[in-house]
Design a protein around this ligand. Structure first.
Ligand code: AMP
Ligand code: MG
Length: 467
């Protein structure tokens, strides 16, 4: 084991009620599949070790534990979830002075595994690796991927036996709305207060008390969801246990970037009612913040006053989201100073895209060029919009759009093909995707094929939750 991780653990110093100490379960034959050397350097990690990131060796300074949390899943409260297949090794202070969690995912059972096996298979591990790193390259807050390690053991899912893998995930913390909910619902007010103080100190040191924390998280989640919308991202499972306090995207399960624009697009096969559809995400983010508010109110003696304050904060969120959305989509059509009236111009384009099933990414990426028009079947309608648009934007529009409209996103059919190849032992599609997605706003000719939307036969209708 030739690795050094400069651990500096704080969560393990919190009361026992917050977690269970749990070592990862060793696997048969650890093999390094993907290693993020640049991120390792940022974290102050030297060396590399498949054994450590498979859970076969606990590195010096680690204090492995499974975190406790609860959460609303598809709107119903589950009083206990917790890390059922994840283990926090510990934290480091990165080269910029930021505290970061290092967590193994798929590292064996924990006391919170319920019916699960505590494992993950290679497909979802590589999906999360690629999509989270793509998200980071797009400039959107997210957990990161440090390593993907093969276990040499099969994992059994609906599809049968699949190659097992462990992902090492890095997060500015794994505090979720559900971490607050569990203590609030149990009436463990001291633990809730300790957690709140910890979250404020770690993420929002300027926040004034629980309501200050609530405001800060509402602002962070507004920015996050507006950013998702601007790249056509559908999280898929926006349960409160998958909603971070930091405002980072977390838990890439049945997520996807959409190809053809569709407000109602759903990718998750378990989301029967479309609760987490693309266009519903802003509403769900507000709903999730209402759950955080409900938990934080428990900290106040004067409940009536606390409810009033929390309600005002949550009710302000739709306007915050709308402002963030307008700034993001304004930039996508070349406006650095979008005003509320511009919303109509943006929505008119989105309506055309919806009706024509135009490719979301490529339509924006080619605006102002002849190819944009090719995305639309109703050319006359597009031309009418185009004229209006040209009348609104200034000479710097192109330079604004270049930074707001990615040329390349991790398209679902490419991810599926990449997984299929990886299972067969071919990592070339993975390497190629990673290389292209590292610079999504600028695509060399060699990656031109990755911009192409799926053909009818290539469309991936749903992403299954068998993770
Ligand atoms: P997720 O849908 O990935 O956010 O997971 C929801 C809950 O199920 C979390 O508590 C996970 O730890 C748990 N979970 C998911 N998959 C497994 C598994 N294979 N084994 C044990 N627990 C799991
Ligand atoms: Mg989760």
């Amino acid at each position: 084991m030739t690795i050094h991780i400069p651990f500096d653990n704080s969560y393990a110093a919190l009361p026992d009620a917050f977690y269970t100490r749990q070592a990862p379960t060793p696997v048969k034959t650890p093999s390094m599949i993907a290693w993020n050397g640049a991120l390792a350097a940022e974290l102050g990690i030297t060396g590399e070790s498949a054994e450590v990131f498979a859970g076969n060796a606990v590195p010096e300074g680690a204090d492995p534990l499974a975190q406790l949390y609860a959460g609303h899943q598809f709107g119903s409260y589950n009083p206990q979830l917790g890390d059922g297949r994840a283990i926090l090794l510990g934290e480091v202070i990165d080269t910029t002075g930021q505290r970061r969690d290092i967590q193994l995912k798929g590292s064996g059972p924990t006391p919170y595994s319920r019916m699960g096996d505590g494992r993950a298979w290679l497909g979802p591990v590589l999906r999360e690796y690629v999509v989270s790193e793509a998200m980071h390259a797009l400039g959107i807050p997210t957990t990161r991927a440090l390593a993907a390690v093969g276990t040499g053991q099969p994992v059994y899912r609906e599809q049968g036996g699949l190659p097992g893998a462990v992902l090492t995930r890095v997060a500015s913390s794994h505090l979720r709305v559900g971490t607050f909910q569990i203590f609030a619902h149990r009436g463990e007010i001291d633990a809730l207060r300790t957690l709140t103080d910890y979250a404020i100190a770690r993420h929002y040191p300027d926040a004034d008390g629980p309501m200050g924390l609530l405001s800060a998280v509402c602002a962070a989640q507004s920015e996050l969801v507006a950013a998702w919308m601007s790249v056509g991202f559908i999280h898929g499972v926006m349960n409160t246990d998958n909603c971070t306090i930091s405002g980072e995207t977390i838990d890439y399960g049945p997520c996807a970037f959409m190809d053809a624009y569709d407000e109602a697009r759903v990718f998750s096969s378990i989301d029967q009612t479309g609760r987490y559809a693309y266009g519903n995400q802003p509403r769900i983010a507000v709903w999730n913040m209402a759950q955080l508010a409900t938990s934080l109110i428990q900290l106040y003696d004067d409940k009536e006053a606390a409810v009033e304050e929390a309600t005002a904060i949550v009710h302000a969120m739709p306007a915050q989201l709308q402002a963030a959305w307008l700034r993001r989509f304004g930039a996508k059509i070349g406006l650095s100073d979008a005003v509320p009236e511009d919303q109509f111009l943006i929505e008119e384009l989105l309506t055309l895209m919806q009706t024509d099933g135009a490719d979301f990414t490529n339509s924006f990426a080619t605006l102002g060029t002849d190819t944009a028009r090719d995305q639309f079947t109703d050319r006359a309608a597009f031309d009418a919009w185009d004229q209006k648009w040209r009348g609104r934007v200034g000479p710097n529009a192109a330079s604004i759009m270049v930074r707001a409209n990615p040329q390349i996103i991790p398209r679902n059919h490419r991810i599926e093909a990449m997984i299929e190849a990886a299972v067969a032992g071919d990592m070339v599609p993975f390497e190629r995707l990673m290389q292209a997605l590292a610079a999504p706003f600028d695509v060399p000719a060699a990656f031109e094929d990755l911009r192409r939307p799926p053909t009818k036969a290539e469309i991936v209708p749903a992403t299954f939750c068998g993770t």
